[in-house]
Design a protein around this ligand. Sequence first.
Ligand SMILES: [Cu+2]
Length: 152
Amino acid sequence: MKILSTSLLCLGLFAASGFAHAASNCTISLKGDDAMKFDLKTATVSAACPSITVELVHTGKLPAAAMGHNVVISATKDVDAIARDGIKAGVANNYVTKGDTRVIAATTLVGGGQKTKVTFPGKKLTAGGDYTFFCSFPGHSMLMKGKLTVTK
Ligand SMILES: [Cu+2]
């Protein structure tokens, strides 16, 4: 009985360390600035994450009306259409069309000195898929975008 409980404990520790390893790829941390740029061109997350967190810090000073930023995640092929429709949706909707099924996740829009975040389940992503993170503020997706690599 003692041997059994010891081996169960070992299994438990093994499972915990495996989870901790996966957890390291469950957050995307981005900074946006007044020069209309994200600090990262690429990010990597795991589709195995129970929950993926997307964090955005606006390190600039300009208000959201002039230089607002958000982070939208979608399949790369959908970026242009989501951005185009987002302009019509307007600032009241954070430049993202309500109920847009092409949008995998989107933060709210923030201005200089503010931050925002959103979480979504990793199972919304497929390992090896072609994904992009971008800002849907009008005109920003040309510069403010990067490749989101998804691992198993
Ligand atoms: Cu932006």
